[in-house]
Ligand binder design. Structure first.
Ligand SMILES: [Zn+2]
Length: 98
């Protein structure tokens, strides 16, 4: 009887610690995501360096060279690129028609 109870107790303990471990892992994952949004490279964890690309502020990882865009940065970059691309295209078009 004693052994069976001990086994049951151990099993419950294992379950408890397994659950705790899972919770801790989940917390670590959440923290990793939070860290990434706080200026750390999501790929290698290196602190990102702010750079300016075509007047758009971006974050670049000095370790792996990855460039990370925030939703706002992407919008700004798209708007800028769009305009210059269109500008060049229209300039060429008007040159051709003239
Ligand atoms: Zn990196």
């Amino acid at each position: 009887m004693n052994n069976a109870w001990d086994d049951r107790k151990k099993a419950l303990e294992n379950e408890f610690f397994h659950k705790k471990e899972k919770e801790a892992l989940e917390k670590m994952k959440q923290e990793a995501i939070a860290t990434a949004s706080l200026g750390h490279c999501p790929k290698c964890g290196t602190v990102l360096e702010p750079i300016t690309f075509h007047g758009v502020p971006l974050d670049q990882c000095p370790d792996c060279g990855g460039v990370w865009l925030g939703p706002k940065d992407l919008k700004v970059l798209a708007a800028k690129d769009h305009r210059s691309w269109f500008g060049r295209w229209f300039d060429r078009e008007s040159e051709n028609t003239n």
